[in-house]
Design a protein around this ligand. Structure first.
Ligand code: GSH
Length: 226
């Protein structure tokens, strides 16, 4: 094993790109880390392709939750998007270009954690359920469809409140593009699937467009496709 072997198990889903975007930002800013991509399958139809399954025995040893994304860095597995991004920042974002230095005194660091948790515990799960009930559920459940869609939109209005007079979610002044933006943006990118129109929240739309223009983001969203 080399000194810096990093493998990313992923797909270009809202959770997958939250990690591949950060990895591409790190590569653009620092020239690395290089990483190997293992494209996973999360489709039951593929059961039997053992090396392609998030619920197979070998993968559950890396991520007991059986989901993408997951990384293994020099033999150490890490799962959960925000934990992976915090880990990658601690390992590779030495100049804190996309993160904030952990410190009890740093309000910026705790703002980052606060907005990461907001996305990880709020936007992701609620929009995920909205997707499920509106796009995939085998039963038509109008109450569930409406509940999760409305809650997702309510959370977007919280983002709008935060982004009024700011460019990014965490950091002093107008903020700094960092982990919480990457994590949240990765879900907002898929909002059109629910018929959500970002122009309802002009500051969220401006933040979305600002991040969408970044070259590393354009690459990050493709990692694990085809
Ligand atoms: N809380 C997890 C969510 C990961 C997740 O739900 N990943 C989905 C794809 S976006 C998945 O692997 N689904 C497969 C399954 O549920 O079996 C994280 O933040 O990493």
């Amino acid at each position: 094993m080399s000194d810096n072997k990093l493998t990313l198990y992923t797909l270009p889903t809202p959770n997958g790109i939250a990690v591949s975007i950060l990895l591409e930002e790190l590569k653009a800013a620092y020239g690395g880390p290089e990483y190997e991509v293992v494209k996973m399958s999360i489709s039951d139809a593929d059961i039997g392709k053992v090396h392609n399954q998030v619920k197979s025995d070998w993968f559950i040893k890396l991520n007991p939750n059986g989901r993408i994304p997951t990384i293994v860095h020099n033999g150490f597995p890490v799962f959960e998007t925000s934990a992976i991004d915090l880990y990658l920042a601690a390992q590779f974002d030495k100049e804190r270009k996309f993160s904030f230095e952990p410190s009890a005194q740093s309000h910026e660091y705790f703002e980052e954690i606060e907005w990461l948790f907001f996305a990880h515990g709020g936007v992701g799960p609620m929009q995920g359920q909205a997707n499920h009930f509106n796009l995939y559920a085998p039963e038509d459940l109008p109450y569930a469809k409406k509940r999760y869609l409305n809650e997702t939109k309510r959370l977007y209005s919280v983002l709008a409140l935060r982004l009024k007079d700011r460019d990014y979610l965490a950091g002093a002044g107008r903020g700094k593009y960092a982990l919480a933006d990457i994590k949240t943006w990765s879900w907002v990118r898929f909002s059109d699937r629910l018929g959500i129109d970002l122009s309802e929240w002009p500051d969220v739309k401006a933040w979305y467009d600002r991040i969408n223009e970044r070259p590393a983001v354009k690459i990050g969203v493709t990692i694990g496709a085809a």
